[in-house]
Write a protein that binds this ligand. Structure first.
Ligand code: ARG
Length: 400
């Protein structure tokens, strides 16, 4: 008896996930492996990947275009919460995991599989995100992670694959570990493991080096409705196209590079480079529009919620009761976050240089220092007396 009968495996077309197919069958006695490759805008051609799974022994090879849902159901809700893990990482990789988990679970239910599998190792965050998301969506499914247990080196993995007709990679393997999707790229390992070493220019694909960016700034207007970006440069645009075009525009000006040392959930500090051109600009723009349309107390309170929201996405709790509760809060705050933000892209910066909204709470009559000032200056005195009263009493008490 194997560990399961029929398994749906998250499949990328790489050596590791390909080797998972014969490994699950030969070593763990699984009768049938169905693979699932999700298109999240990583730019890979999917037909060769679909075929490779069959050649590697899969009984069926599923390919799902999930780009639209990725942006609408995962990236945009995170944007509404301005999520930045440890204040910097916009969760571009982390957000893909609950979606892939959902696709795996749906396929398992459709094809009558009793387990799902993924190729994550035991050191990263992604295994946590998959396992917990799958458990949340269908606690009866087993989760298999062969690469977490097989203990094979890279050479051994390739040799194992060759025994089952999985060709060794033709290109010499890059020293980097790279994850890519529509939201950005995550790059780690190789020379980046030394946190003192500056990343080589060769690692970047979506963003230009400042030395190569245009010498003229470029202005981009982004329109939002209830916290969701819906127009670019004055034209209505669909979610996926918005991300694609803004990645181009911002990447061309070198916007969206992040070099950070982060705290993984599994206790390890790791050095990761991100390039997230569009998402970076969208977060700056969205946050700015909130400063125009939210009251002070909501703005301030929301910052704490955003921090928690970022952590729970990073830590694999997308499908959790806390996430659902915070969703309700965030959605409520977005009711009036409608308007347009003007962004100046130049030499690695996305500066917000203008914002306007029909829902604006900015009151020129009150803010002005000019003659048409409507603010009641007399009222300030009484307010300050009451506001400062506890401090005044505290000071007097201290003097005896
Ligand atoms: N550190 C990021 C996260 O946990 C990215 C993980 C994948 N990175 C990679 N280079 N393969 O979300």
């Amino acid at each position: 008896m194997g560990r399961a009968n029929k398994v749906v495996l998250a499949y990328s077309g790489g050596v590791d996930t390909s080797v998972c197919i014969p490994y699950l069958k030969q070593e763990w006695g699984i009768q049938e492996v169905i693979t699932l490759a999700a298109d999240l805008g990583q730019g890979d051609e999917l037909e060769p990947i679909r075929q490779k799974a069959i050649q590697s022994g899969a009984s069926q090879s599923l390919v799902v275009d999930a780009k639209d849902s990725f942006v609408k159901d995962y990236a945009f809700p995170a944007l509404q919460a301005n999520t930045l893990y440890e204040n910097r990482y916009p969760l571009s990789t982390a957000l893909a995991r609950p979606l892939i988990a959902k696709l795996l679970v749906e396929a398992a239910e459709q094809y009558g599989a009793d387990a799902v599998a993924h190729g994550c190792t035991g050191k990263g965050n992604d295994q946590v995100r998959f396992d917990v998301s799958i458990a949340a969506l269908n606690p009866n499914l087993k989760v298999l992670a062969p690469a977490r247990e097989w203990g094979m080196s890279r050479e051994e993995t390739i040799a194992y694959g060759e025994r089952f007709g999985i060709p060794a990679p033709v290109k010499k393997k890059s020293p980097y570990s790279i994850d890519r999707n529509l939201l950005g790229r995550s790059i780690e390992a190789g020379p980046l493991e030394d946190p003192w070493t500056e990343p080589l220019e060769e690692i970047y694909v979506m963003t230009k080096a400042i030395a190569d960016t245009p010498d003229e700034p470029e202005y981009v207007e982004i329109g939002f409705e209830k916290g969701i970006p819906t127009s670019l440069k004055g034209e209505a645009i669909a979610p996926v196209q918005l991300l694609q075009q803004l990645n181009q525009l911002a990447g061309n000006h070198g916007v969206g590079r992040i070099d950070m040392l982060e705290n993984r959930l599994v206790g390890i500090k790791s050095r990761e480079i991100y390039e997230v051109p569009a998402l970076w600009v969208l977060i700056q723009a969205h946050r700015d529009l909130e400063s125009l349309t939210l009251t002070a107390d909501v703005t301030h309170y929301k910052r704490g919620i955003e921090e928690t929201f970022s952590q729970l996405i990073y830590n694999g709790l997308w499908y959790s009761p806390l996430k659902a509760a915070l969703d309700a809060f965030i959605q409520q705050t977005q009711e009036r976050v409608t308007g347009t933000v003007r962004v100046k892209l130049f030499k690695g910066n996305a500066a917000i240089v203008g914002r306007r909204s029909d829902k604006s709470l900015y009151t020129p009559d009150l803010a002005t220092y000019g003659a048409d000032d409507k603010f009641d200056h007399q009222a300030a005195e009484g307010f300050i007396y009451v506001w400062g009263l506890p401090t005044r009493i505290w000071s007097q008490q201290g003097r005896g």
